[in-house]
Design a protein around this ligand. Sequence first.
Ligand SMILES: O=P(O)(O)OC[C@H]1O[C@H](OP(=O)(O)OP(=O)(O)O)[C@H](O)[C@@H]1O
Ligand SMILES: Nc1nc2[nH]cnc2c(=O)[nH]1
Length: 180
Amino acid sequence: MNNDILKTLYSEEDIKQACKKLGKQISEDYKGKTPIIIGVLKGAIFFMTDMVREMDIYTKLDFIDVSSYNGGTKSSGSVKLIKDIDIDVNGQDIIFMEDIIDTGRTLKYLKELLADRGANSIKVCTLMDKPEGRVVEVKADYVGFEVPNEFVVGYGLDYDGKYRNLPYVGVLKPKIYSDQ
Ligand SMILES: O=P(O)(O)OC[C@H]1O[C@H](OP(=O)(O)OP(=O)(O)O)[C@H](O)[C@@H]1O
Ligand SMILES: Nc1nc2[nH]cnc2c(=O)[nH]1
């Protein structure tokens, strides 16, 4: 699997440091509160589990699964809800945990969904933000890294369902892609 990677963008150590920094910041901002941390499956699994262990506040955890990429490198344009959260978010403070914000479609959909359900506040923490990919306007509140306009894999992010278990974030060799 490692042989398919052209270059590493963020090492395990880079990611660990980013989680520490963001976890400290969130702990300060939410002191005395119990935010509901919602992991956006599947890409955010590793980031979410690393992040919550860097937070020194009470939290409740839930997961939501939406998809718009169908396994390839291009957004299909429509976001589908695959698995909903269990917690009632009415009046609650929400922090979405994302691995990456690219076109912004996923996040826009999620923020609107929870705003409609009466959440008190909705913030977004993402490991990576790719501003050049943006199609709809949406902003993250906590960002680990601003990434160049390249398709990245690893640390939860997939290509064709694979590479999620790479412990770092990298870019694939061009010969690997079948849809470019
Ligand atoms: O800003 P966007 O262009 O909407 O892209 C961001 C979303 O794309 C990926 O999810 P994907 O739909 O591929 O599902 P996955 O997390 O299960 O891989 C990623 O995990 C984000 O949730
Ligand atoms: N794996 C992966 N999924 C994404 N979803 C949106 N952008 C990306 C990306 O760069 N890589």
